[in-house]
Write a protein that binds this ligand. Structure first.
Ligand SMILES: C[S@@+](CC[C@H](N)C(=O)[O-])C[C@H]1O[C@@H](n2cnc3c(N)ncnc32)[C@H](O)[C@@H]1O
Length: 206
């Protein structure tokens, strides 16, 4: 079952801020710095779409953005965002069901993979991987466990909450890094947030 964040669309950003302060936002802002002008970008699971406002602040024009989000209610909010003179295509579907030309310079997957079981991650990763140009950048932000007890506690609480409210399929963090290493991605930059619980990584493809 695909994660569906419809039920959380109206409170998601406020809840995220309440629990994590600006950490989820700062992790993504850190990644956006790596985007060059006039690039072709794929954003997967952008939630309420605030990232579009931020991207537009940095690049008011010249970007070609494909924005794929499975939750219709999230998409409604995303479409209201300021995208300046950038060209944006909104697709309301699960990324694994969408056929796109494999010519993206950059893909962004912010807090997407933590929703998935290993099985779904396998499919989604392979699909997104096939859409990135050779040598392109993959910007990923997600949670990681570095051995602190409260991280497990927070993670388990989140999984339980979003399973009840949104029916997400995951109940533990899938092994994300292995997909990048086994597909020859190189980490060119990374930064952690919220006492290492959140990690943002810039990967370059082969
Ligand atoms: C945890 S939320 C993160 C939202 C946003 N990136 C943020 O940081 O505020 C994950 C988002 O991914 C979307 N999503 C989940 N599975 C998806 C899929 N297979 N394809 C596209 N979007 C998906 C959900 O609807 C949700 O909006």
């Amino acid at each position: 079952m695909a994660a569906n964040y419809n039920n959380s669309a109206w409170f998601y950003d406020r809840l995220a801020r309440l629990v994590y302060g600006n950490a989820l936002i700062n992790a993504q802002l850190y990644l956006l710095d790596y985007i060059k002008p006039d690039t072709h970008i794929l954003i997967v699971g952008g939630g309420t779409g605030w990232i579009l406002n931020e991207l537009t602040q940095i690049h008011p024009s010249g970007l070609k953005i494909t924005y794929v989000e499975v939750a219709a209610d999230m998409m409604v909010l995303s479409k209201k965002r300021d995208t300046g003179n950038n060209e944006v295509i909104f697709i309301n579907d699960a990324i694994e069901n969408v056929n796109l030309s494999p010519d993206f310079d950059v893909v962004i997957t912010p807090f997407l993979f933590d929703n998935f079981t290993e099985q779904t991650l396998h499919i989604v990763f392979a699909h997104v991987h096939s859409l990135l140009k050779p040598g392109g950048l993959w910007l990923n932000a997600d949670f990681q466990l570095t051995g602190k007890w409260w991280q497990q506690f927070l993670l388990k609480s989140m999984f339980l909450f979003f399973k009840i409210i949104c029916g997400i399929e995951a109940s533990k963090l899938p092994g994300i890094e292995i997909y990048f290493t086994s597909n020859n991605y190189k980490v060119i930059s990374e930064k952690t947030f919220f006492n290492d619980f959140i990690v943002a990584k810039v990967y370059r493809g082969d």
